[in-house]
Design a protein around this ligand. Structure first.
Ligand code: CO
Length: 134
């Protein structure tokens, strides 16, 4: 069912510092900081030949990544995103098999303008999984 790895998201407390690290130490191509107020994060996209890395920094008081950073002050891998051909078919299959979809269970428009869903980390090897419509 899952297709390509769309991105790996890394939560950081200082996105300017983190993107400079990727740019200068790793020679990565980085985007400008893009605020995503509807998701409570600032994002920087790092384009690699075969996938993307997203740096996430909390934006606003109720950022969904704040609790993660409280537990992991140095930052860390927050989620991985797999592409699926049809997000509603994928959701219904997973729910029928007992997987928990976060939020109200309906896809939201993600950082790339495509529908996304998140799956509970306890159901997927301790990893928060994002599904994105390919
Ligand atoms: Co993501």
């Amino acid at each position: 069912m899952i297709g390509r790895l769309n991105h790996v998201a890394i939560a950081v407390s200082d996105i300017a510092k983190a993107s400079e690290l990727y740019r200068t130490k790793l020679g990565a191509q980085i985007s400008a900081v893009e605020p995503q107020p509807e998701h409570g994060v600032n994002t920087v996209f790092i384009t690699l030949p075969n996938t993307k890395i997203e740096l996430l920094e909390p934006l606003g008081d109720k950022s969904p990544i704040q609790a993660f950073l409280d537990r992991n002050p140095d930052g860390g891998i927050h989620h991985i995103c797999y592409e699926v051909d049809d997000i509603l078919v994928a959701r219904d299959k997973l729910k029928a098999e007992g997987a928990r979809v976060l939020g109200d269970g309906n896809p939201k428009i993600g950082a790339h303008g495509k529908p996304v869903l998140f799956l509970h980390p306890k159901d997927f090897c301790g990893t928060l999984v994002e599904l994105e419509q390919a």
